[in-house]
Ligand binder design. Structure first.
Ligand code: 5GP
Length: 209
């Protein structure tokens, strides 16, 4: 059994099969404030289940295994591709990132709303299987602002920053795939906008016949 398999808890067994959770997806270019926004959502709605992604990249400063990501080896990730472990996976900036299919399926089936913090490639895959997902694209006010935010973070080299900016530009060109676009100018305002939209869905459960 892996770390995820026993996780979705707190569900009412009577609700299984009669009600399915909403799936919220947040994407934003690196440095776009997505992590802060995701954390704000989870803090505000304690019963929303956050899907901790798996990655082959190394942890940054304060990142914790099992909290921010599950940090795994490339070989392990590739074996899990072969075994169909991922609900979606993508290669971003030379590293793999993925979401456990079982964690997602069990969480939703138990009636819990779930939150994924994934990139555009992953969102496209999830929408293929879960077309009702409620998707948010967090836009930086400009590429210049994004550059400044990445530089201030001081966790990446110049080359990495340039690479992330290039990816950001490509991702921003695909923003229309998303149901909601939030321009993240002022973080506190963006949090309120995001929370207000999520609230609408969260308290109105999806009834599955
Ligand atoms: P970072 O390395 O900055 O934490 O994340 C880099 C990118 O990978 C971000 O755009 C983030 O949304 C994306 N990402 C994180 N987890 C996943 C995941 O499970 N699947 C996919 N497709 N992308 C992810």
């Amino acid at each position: 059994m892996n770390e995820h398999e026993s996780r979705p808890s707190g569900s009412n067994s009577k609700e299984i099969n009669s009600r399915q959770g909403h799936l919220f997806i947040i994407s934003a270019p690196s440095g776009g404030g997505k992590t802060t926004l995701s954390k704000a959502v989870v803090n505000r709605f304690k019963d929303i289940l956050y899907s901790v992604s798996y990655t082959t990249r190394s942890p940054r400063n304060s990142e914790q295994d099992g909290v921010d990501y599950y940090f795994i080896q490339k070989k392990d990730f590739e074996e899990r591709i072969e075994s169909g472990y991922w609900a979606e996976w993508a290669e971003v900036h030379g590293n793999y990132y993925g979401t456990s299919a079982e964690f997602l399926e069990k969480g939703l089936a138990s009636g819990r709303d779930m939150l994924l913090d994934i990139d555009v490639q992953g969102t496209i895959q999830i929408l293929g299987n879960y077309p009702d997902s409620i998707t948010f694209f967090i836009m930086p006010p400009s590429l210049e602002t994004l550059r400044k935010r990445l530089e201030m973070r001081r966790t990446e080299s110049r080359t990495t920053i340039e690479r992330r900016l290039l990816t950001a530009e490509k991702e921003m060109a695909q923003k229309d795939l998303y149901r909601y676009i939030i321009v993240n100018d002022q973080l506190s305002v963006s949090i309120e906008k995001l929370v207000a939209i999520i609230e609408k869905y969260h308290y109105k459960k999806k009834i599955i016949p």
